[in-house]
Design a protein around this ligand. Structure first.
Ligand SMILES: Nc1ncnc2c1ncn2[C@@H]1O[C@H](COP(=O)(O)OP(=O)(O)OP(=O)(O)O)[C@@H](O)[C@H]1O
Ligand SMILES: CC(C)(CO)[C@@H](O)C(=O)[O-]
Ligand code: BAL
Length: 305
């Protein structure tokens, strides 16, 4: 969807290491945004994106055995939705790909049209480009599960590859939406990765039950929320936890116990609330820290070999 960052570029490099020709799509797909979501304000940085890609491509050119960026596909909406206009309504008019129940869980519970829009636009992109392999980031872990299911169920002739989540040094997962966070909300936003890390540590230390794994994550989130509540309005950045989940990697059903042979997906979503009171000269994010920002993150708990 553009507004490129190192997470996207890492997928390009991975694709170039494994293929001769890399196609990128840059398209902010309307149907995956709910009616009240940030479609209109979604960051668009086309010129900077092209510069970053030219820079990556010039380095690929001097890397022996590497593929190159062959094309950037940046379609118009009339190309992607040639008959009826894109709808974010439920039920909505149009041709859609539905992956249920996977698309209704976790992120889908808060964003009811999201995976319908993602599966639909990816089906279109796959049909147009006919890629041997498609590269997705682990940051959007449920998206990877939905796309894998779509590829299997519709017998699509493509291989799904997943690239690791790229992070800021303090753990925050890179996301195009991080530009909405001014420095105050940005500092508090690390709570999500810290909570998931605390849960992962339990797993690494041999814990397998849901309660044992998740309590430190909930504790980290609750302590941070209380700490913010106690600060004056001009200093705090409040957030709400949407979910912290320990789920089966294929079905995304919540698990009571991690099955050693399958591992699990530890994931979470928080909503950073708009700042209640700005300080003079405060370093604000895009939109003046006036919009809620939903952040997601996850860690895969790997099966034992
Ligand atoms: N931090 C990251 N590390 C690795 N891959 C990423 C990261 N962030 C995004 N991606 C992947 O890049 C691809 C394009 O994602 P997209 O354009 O939606 O960017 P995004 O930064 O995830 O934006 P958003 O803020 O809307 O979630 C997706 O496959 C996504 O999973
Ligand atoms: C898969 C995707 C390109 C569909 O618009 C988008 O959801 C994304 O970039 O993660
Ligand atoms: N990477 C996910 C795109 C979205 O949140 O709309």
């Amino acid at each position: 969807m553009g507004a490129l960052h190192e997470g996207h570029l890492s997928l390009v490099r991975q694709a170039a290491a494994e293929n001769s020709d890399v196609f990128l799509s840059i398209y902010v797909n309307p149907t995956q945004f709910g009616i009240n979501e940030d479609l209109d304000s979604y960051p668009k940085t086309w010129d900077a994106d092209m510069e970053m890609l030219a820079d990556v491509d010039s380095k690929l050119a001097s890397t022996a055995g590497s593929g190159r960026i062959s094309a950037v596909f940046a379609p118009t909406t009339i190309t992607m939705y040639p008959t009826l206009p894109p709808s974010s309504e439920i039920p909505g008019k149009g041709s859609f790909v539905l992956i249920t129940p996977l698309g209704n869980m976790l992120e889908g519970a808060s964003r009811p049209v999201f995976f319908r829009g993602v599966a639909t636009v990816c089906m279109k992109l796959f049909n147009i480009v006919k890629p041997d392999r498609v590269y997705f980031g682990q940051k959007d872990v449920q998206q990877t599960v939905v796309i894998r299911r779509m590829v299997e169920d519709f017998h699509l002739d493509t291989e799904v590859k997943i690239g690791a989540t790229r992070r800021e040094p303090d753990g925050l997962a890179l996301s195009s939406r991080n530009v909405y966070l001014g420095s105050r909300r940005r500092r508090v936003a690390t709570v999500l990765s810290q909570a998931l890390k605390a849960a992962e540590l339990q797993f690494v230390n041999g814990k397998r039950s849901r309660g044992d794994i998740l309590w430190p994550a909930n504790d980290v989130a609750l302590s941070k929320a209380l700490q913010q509540d106690e600060l004056p309005a001009a200093m705090r950045a409040r957030f709400e936890v949407d979910y912290i989940s320990l789920a089966d990697p294929d079905t995304l059903e919540e698990v009571d116990e991690v099955d050693e042979t399958k591992g699990a997906i530890l994931s979470g979503a928080i909503k950073m609330q708009p700042l209640e009171e700005l300080q003079e000269g405060e370093d604000c994010g895009l939109g003046g820290d006036s919009m809620p920002v939903r952040l997601i993150d996850n860690i895969i708990l790997k099966p034992s070999a």
